[in-house]
Design a protein around this ligand. Structure first.
Ligand code: AMP
Ligand code: MN
Ligand code: MN
Ligand code: MN
Length: 285
Protein backbone atom coordinates (compact mmCIF):
# COMPACT_ATOMS: atom_id res chain seq x y z
CA UNK A 1 0.00 0.00 0.00
CA UNK A 2 1.26 3.47 -0.78
CA UNK A 3 1.66 5.81 2.15
CA UNK A 4 -0.96 8.54 2.43
CA UNK A 5 0.56 11.99 2.14
CA UNK A 6 -0.81 14.20 4.93
CA UNK A 7 -1.58 17.20 2.68
CA UNK A 8 -3.37 15.19 0.04
CA UNK A 9 -6.09 13.54 2.04
CA UNK A 10 -9.44 15.28 2.43
CA UNK A 11 -9.44 16.44 6.05
CA UNK A 12 -12.15 18.67 7.53
CA UNK A 13 -11.57 19.56 11.17
CA UNK A 14 -14.20 22.25 11.73
CA UNK A 15 -17.96 21.88 11.26
CA UNK A 16 -21.22 22.25 13.16
CA UNK A 17 -24.25 20.05 13.76
CA UNK A 18 -27.66 20.68 15.31
CA UNK A 19 -26.03 19.95 18.69
CA UNK A 20 -24.98 23.62 18.39
CA UNK A 21 -25.94 25.97 15.55
CA UNK A 22 -25.56 23.70 12.53
CA UNK A 23 -28.59 22.70 10.49
CA UNK A 24 -27.93 18.96 10.18
CA UNK A 25 -28.01 16.28 12.87
CA UNK A 26 -24.55 14.76 13.51
CA UNK A 27 -25.51 11.62 11.62
CA UNK A 28 -26.70 13.50 8.53
CA UNK A 29 -23.61 15.71 8.64
CA UNK A 30 -21.29 12.69 8.60
CA UNK A 31 -23.25 11.17 5.71
CA UNK A 32 -22.75 14.42 3.80
CA UNK A 33 -19.02 14.40 4.61
CA UNK A 34 -18.77 10.82 3.32
CA UNK A 35 -20.60 11.75 0.12
CA UNK A 36 -18.13 14.64 -0.35
CA UNK A 37 -15.13 12.31 -0.03
CA UNK A 38 -13.97 13.43 3.43
CA UNK A 39 -11.41 10.96 4.83
CA UNK A 40 -10.81 12.48 8.26
CA UNK A 41 -13.20 14.74 10.14
CA UNK A 42 -13.97 16.44 13.42
CA UNK A 43 -17.37 17.75 14.49
CA UNK A 44 -16.57 20.95 16.41
CA UNK A 45 -19.82 22.26 17.85
CA UNK A 46 -19.79 25.49 19.84
CA UNK A 47 -19.28 24.79 23.55
CA UNK A 48 -20.77 21.28 23.55
CA UNK A 49 -19.69 17.71 22.99
CA UNK A 50 -23.30 16.45 22.81
CA UNK A 51 -22.94 15.33 19.17
CA UNK A 52 -19.59 13.55 19.47
CA UNK A 53 -20.67 9.97 20.03
CA UNK A 54 -23.28 9.97 17.28
CA UNK A 55 -20.78 11.53 14.84
CA UNK A 56 -18.01 9.11 15.79
CA UNK A 57 -20.29 6.08 15.40
CA UNK A 58 -21.53 7.23 12.00
CA UNK A 59 -18.00 8.10 10.81
CA UNK A 60 -16.88 4.55 11.64
CA UNK A 61 -19.72 3.20 9.50
CA UNK A 62 -18.36 5.18 6.55
CA UNK A 63 -14.68 4.41 7.15
CA UNK A 64 -13.90 8.05 7.98
CA UNK A 65 -11.13 8.68 10.54
CA UNK A 66 -12.90 10.52 13.35
CA UNK A 67 -11.33 13.11 15.66
CA UNK A 68 -13.41 14.32 18.63
CA UNK A 69 -13.70 18.08 18.62
CA UNK A 70 -15.24 21.21 20.12
CA UNK A 71 -15.12 24.96 19.41
CA UNK A 72 -14.83 26.90 22.66
CA UNK A 73 -15.94 30.54 22.97
CA UNK A 74 -13.32 32.71 24.65
CA UNK A 75 -13.05 36.36 25.66
CA UNK A 76 -9.56 37.80 25.17
CA UNK A 77 -8.65 41.47 25.17
CA UNK A 78 -12.35 42.36 25.15
CA UNK A 79 -12.97 40.32 21.98
CA UNK A 80 -14.61 36.99 21.33
CA UNK A 81 -12.18 34.37 20.01
CA UNK A 82 -12.83 30.75 19.13
CA UNK A 83 -10.50 27.96 20.15
CA UNK A 84 -11.01 24.57 18.55
CA UNK A 85 -10.07 21.52 20.62
CA UNK A 86 -9.14 18.45 18.58
CA UNK A 87 -8.59 14.88 19.70
CA UNK A 88 -10.27 15.69 23.03
CA UNK A 89 -11.75 13.08 25.35
CA UNK A 90 -15.51 13.81 25.36
CA UNK A 91 -15.86 12.07 28.74
CA UNK A 92 -13.30 14.25 30.52
CA UNK A 93 -14.84 15.81 33.68
CA UNK A 94 -12.93 19.11 33.63
CA UNK A 95 -13.82 19.75 29.99
CA UNK A 96 -17.47 18.89 30.59
CA UNK A 97 -17.68 21.14 33.65
CA UNK A 98 -16.12 24.03 31.76
CA UNK A 99 -18.52 23.63 28.84
CA UNK A 100 -21.45 23.43 31.27
CA UNK A 101 -20.48 26.85 32.68
CA UNK A 102 -20.42 28.35 29.18
CA UNK A 103 -23.82 26.79 28.41
CA UNK A 104 -25.33 28.40 31.53
CA UNK A 105 -23.83 31.73 30.42
CA UNK A 106 -25.42 31.24 26.98
CA UNK A 107 -28.86 30.77 28.58
CA UNK A 108 -28.47 34.00 30.56
CA UNK A 109 -27.23 35.85 27.48
CA UNK A 110 -30.21 34.56 25.46
CA UNK A 111 -32.60 36.12 27.97
CA UNK A 112 -30.76 39.43 27.64
CA UNK A 113 -30.76 39.24 23.83
CA UNK A 114 -34.53 38.64 23.87
CA UNK A 115 -35.00 41.63 26.18
CA UNK A 116 -32.84 43.90 24.04
CA UNK A 117 -34.89 42.97 20.96
CA UNK A 118 -38.12 43.66 22.91
CA UNK A 119 -36.67 47.06 23.83
CA UNK A 120 -36.29 47.64 20.07
CA UNK A 121 -40.02 47.04 19.61
CA UNK A 122 -39.73 43.45 18.36
CA UNK A 123 -41.80 40.56 19.78
CA UNK A 124 -40.40 38.25 22.47
CA UNK A 125 -38.19 35.89 20.46
CA UNK A 126 -36.82 33.74 23.29
CA UNK A 127 -39.37 30.95 22.76
CA UNK A 128 -39.03 30.91 18.96
CA UNK A 129 -35.21 30.98 19.23
CA UNK A 130 -35.33 28.06 21.66
CA UNK A 131 -37.48 26.09 19.26
CA UNK A 132 -34.61 26.34 16.75
CA UNK A 133 -32.09 25.15 19.35
CA UNK A 134 -32.40 21.41 18.96
CA UNK A 135 -29.98 20.98 21.86
CA UNK A 136 -31.77 22.72 24.75
CA UNK A 137 -28.41 23.19 26.51
CA UNK A 138 -26.96 25.24 23.68
CA UNK A 139 -28.62 28.43 22.54
CA UNK A 140 -26.82 30.94 20.35
CA UNK A 141 -27.29 33.96 18.15
CA UNK A 142 -27.89 31.78 15.07
CA UNK A 143 -31.06 30.39 16.68
CA UNK A 144 -32.32 33.94 17.19
CA UNK A 145 -31.39 34.76 13.60
CA UNK A 146 -33.38 31.82 12.23
CA UNK A 147 -36.38 32.70 14.41
CA UNK A 148 -36.21 36.31 13.20
CA UNK A 149 -36.21 35.19 9.56
CA UNK A 150 -39.22 32.99 10.26
CA UNK A 151 -40.97 35.93 11.94
CA UNK A 152 -40.43 37.95 8.76
CA UNK A 153 -38.18 40.52 10.47
CA UNK A 154 -35.39 40.00 7.89
CA UNK A 155 -35.21 37.99 4.64
CA UNK A 156 -32.15 35.97 5.66
CA UNK A 157 -29.86 35.11 8.55
CA UNK A 158 -27.01 37.28 7.23
CA UNK A 159 -29.17 40.37 7.28
CA UNK A 160 -30.33 39.62 10.84
CA UNK A 161 -26.68 39.59 11.90
CA UNK A 162 -25.92 42.81 10.06
CA UNK A 163 -28.91 44.64 11.50
CA UNK A 164 -29.28 43.20 14.99
CA UNK A 165 -26.87 40.71 16.46
CA UNK A 166 -23.37 42.16 16.08
CA UNK A 167 -21.50 44.72 18.23
CA UNK A 168 -22.94 48.21 17.85
CA UNK A 169 -26.39 46.90 16.88
CA UNK A 170 -29.46 46.94 19.16
CA UNK A 171 -29.78 43.16 19.68
CA UNK A 172 -26.14 42.65 20.64
CA UNK A 173 -25.33 41.75 24.22
CA UNK A 174 -21.72 41.84 25.39
CA UNK A 175 -20.77 38.59 27.08
CA UNK A 176 -17.91 37.15 29.10
CA UNK A 177 -16.93 33.73 27.74
CA UNK A 178 -14.18 31.44 29.05
CA UNK A 179 -10.64 32.78 29.37
CA UNK A 180 -8.00 31.68 26.87
CA UNK A 181 -6.19 29.97 29.76
CA UNK A 182 -9.32 27.99 30.71
CA UNK A 183 -10.07 26.90 27.15
CA UNK A 184 -6.49 25.79 26.52
CA UNK A 185 -6.30 23.87 29.78
CA UNK A 186 -9.70 22.15 29.43
CA UNK A 187 -8.69 20.99 25.96
CA UNK A 188 -5.19 19.90 26.89
CA UNK A 189 -6.17 18.25 30.18
CA UNK A 190 -8.60 16.10 28.20
CA UNK A 191 -5.74 14.97 25.95
CA UNK A 192 -6.53 17.31 23.05
CA UNK A 193 -4.67 19.96 21.09
CA UNK A 194 -5.77 23.60 21.05
CA UNK A 195 -6.19 25.28 17.65
CA UNK A 196 -6.92 28.99 17.22
CA UNK A 197 -9.93 29.17 14.87
CA UNK A 198 -10.18 31.50 11.84
CA UNK A 199 -7.55 34.06 12.99
CA UNK A 200 -8.32 36.50 10.15
CA UNK A 201 -11.79 37.10 11.59
CA UNK A 202 -10.53 38.95 14.67
CA UNK A 203 -10.07 42.69 14.59
CA UNK A 204 -6.57 42.91 16.05
CA UNK A 205 -3.71 45.21 15.12
CA UNK A 206 -0.35 43.61 14.30
CA UNK A 207 1.05 44.01 17.79
CA UNK A 208 -2.02 42.65 19.55
CA UNK A 209 -2.16 39.73 17.14
CA UNK A 210 1.48 38.95 17.86
CA UNK A 211 0.73 39.03 21.60
CA UNK A 212 -2.24 36.70 21.12
CA UNK A 213 -0.20 34.14 19.19
CA UNK A 214 2.64 34.22 21.70
CA UNK A 215 0.25 33.92 24.66
CA UNK A 216 -1.59 31.09 22.93
CA UNK A 217 1.71 29.30 22.34
CA UNK A 218 2.82 29.84 25.95
CA UNK A 219 -0.48 28.24 27.07
CA UNK A 220 0.35 25.15 25.00
CA UNK A 221 -1.64 26.08 21.88
CA UNK A 222 -0.26 24.03 18.99
CA UNK A 223 -1.97 25.10 15.78
CA UNK A 224 -3.94 27.78 13.97
CA UNK A 225 -6.50 27.41 11.23
CA UNK A 226 -4.93 28.37 7.93
CA UNK A 227 -7.56 27.16 5.46
CA UNK A 228 -11.10 27.77 6.70
CA UNK A 229 -14.44 28.73 5.18
CA UNK A 230 -13.91 32.08 6.92
CA UNK A 231 -10.63 32.91 5.12
CA UNK A 232 -10.03 34.17 1.60
CA UNK A 233 -7.16 32.59 -0.35
CA UNK A 234 -5.04 35.60 0.46
CA UNK A 235 -5.79 35.23 4.17
CA UNK A 236 -4.89 31.53 4.01
CA UNK A 237 -1.50 32.47 2.53
CA UNK A 238 -0.97 35.13 5.19
CA UNK A 239 -1.78 32.74 8.05
CA UNK A 240 0.40 30.06 6.53
CA UNK A 241 3.30 32.49 6.99
CA UNK A 242 2.11 33.38 10.50
CA UNK A 243 1.98 29.66 11.40
CA UNK A 244 5.57 29.18 10.24
CA UNK A 245 6.72 32.35 12.01
CA UNK A 246 5.29 31.33 15.39
CA UNK A 247 5.95 27.61 15.05
CA UNK A 248 2.32 26.47 14.83
CA UNK A 249 0.94 23.51 12.92
CA UNK A 250 -1.86 24.33 10.48
CA UNK A 251 -5.46 23.16 10.39
CA UNK A 252 -8.07 22.96 7.64
CA UNK A 253 -11.83 23.12 8.15
CA UNK A 254 -14.93 24.25 6.31
CA UNK A 255 -16.80 25.69 9.35
CA UNK A 256 -19.86 24.25 7.61
CA UNK A 257 -23.16 25.10 9.32
CA UNK A 258 -25.68 23.89 6.78
CA UNK A 259 -26.59 23.68 3.09
CA UNK A 260 -28.59 26.93 3.25
CA UNK A 261 -26.18 29.05 5.26
CA UNK A 262 -22.60 28.13 4.36
CA UNK A 263 -20.38 29.24 1.53
CA UNK A 264 -18.28 26.06 1.64
CA UNK A 265 -19.60 22.53 1.88
CA UNK A 266 -18.02 19.91 4.18
CA UNK A 267 -14.61 18.88 2.82
CA UNK A 268 -14.75 21.50 0.06
CA UNK A 269 -12.31 24.22 1.15
CA UNK A 270 -8.94 24.42 -0.68
CA UNK A 271 -6.07 22.14 0.40
CA UNK A 272 -3.54 23.24 2.99
CA UNK A 273 -0.46 24.98 1.52
CA UNK A 274 2.51 22.62 1.28
CA UNK A 275 4.97 24.37 3.57
CA UNK A 276 2.91 24.01 6.75
CA UNK A 277 2.83 21.02 9.08
CA UNK A 278 -0.74 19.66 9.18
CA UNK A 279 -2.15 19.38 12.70
CA UNK A 280 -3.49 15.92 11.74
CA UNK A 281 0.00 14.65 10.89
CA UNK A 282 0.14 12.29 13.89
CA UNK A 283 -3.44 11.04 13.60
CA UNK A 284 -3.21 9.21 10.31
CA UNK A 285 -3.86 5.51 10.59
P1 AMP B 1 -22.73 32.84 19.28
O1 AMP B 1 -21.59 31.90 19.58
O2 AMP B 1 -24.03 32.35 19.83
O3 AMP B 1 -22.42 34.26 19.67
O4 AMP B 1 -22.95 32.82 17.71
C1 AMP B 1 -21.86 32.86 16.84
C2 AMP B 1 -22.29 32.22 15.55
O5 AMP B 1 -23.12 33.08 14.84
C3 AMP B 1 -21.13 31.94 14.62
O6 AMP B 1 -20.53 30.72 14.92
C4 AMP B 1 -21.83 31.87 13.28
O7 AMP B 1 -22.41 30.60 13.12
C5 AMP B 1 -22.94 32.88 13.45
N1 AMP B 1 -22.60 34.18 12.85
C6 AMP B 1 -21.81 35.14 13.36
N2 AMP B 1 -21.77 36.21 12.55
C7 AMP B 1 -22.54 35.91 11.49
C8 AMP B 1 -22.90 36.59 10.28
N3 AMP B 1 -22.46 37.83 10.02
N4 AMP B 1 -23.72 35.98 9.42
C9 AMP B 1 -24.19 34.73 9.68
N5 AMP B 1 -23.89 34.04 10.79
C10 AMP B 1 -23.07 34.62 11.68
MN1 MN C 1 -21.73 28.98 14.50
MN1 MN D 1 -15.96 30.19 15.01
MN1 MN E 1 -17.25 27.25 13.79
Amino acid sequence: MTERIPHDINVDLHMHSSASDGELAPCALVKRAAANGVQMMALTDHDTIAGQKEARREAREHGIDYVCGVEISVTWGGQTLHVVGLNIDPDHDGLNQGLREIQIGREMRAQKIAQSLIDEGLPDLLGPAKSYARNPDLIGRTHFARAMVEAGICPDVNEVFQRYLVPGKPGYVAHQWATLTQAASWIQNSGGVAVLAHPARYRLNAMTQWALFEEFKALGGSAIEVVTGSHTEQEARRYQRVALEHGFSASRGSDFHGPDESRFDVGCVPPLPDATRPVWHDWLR
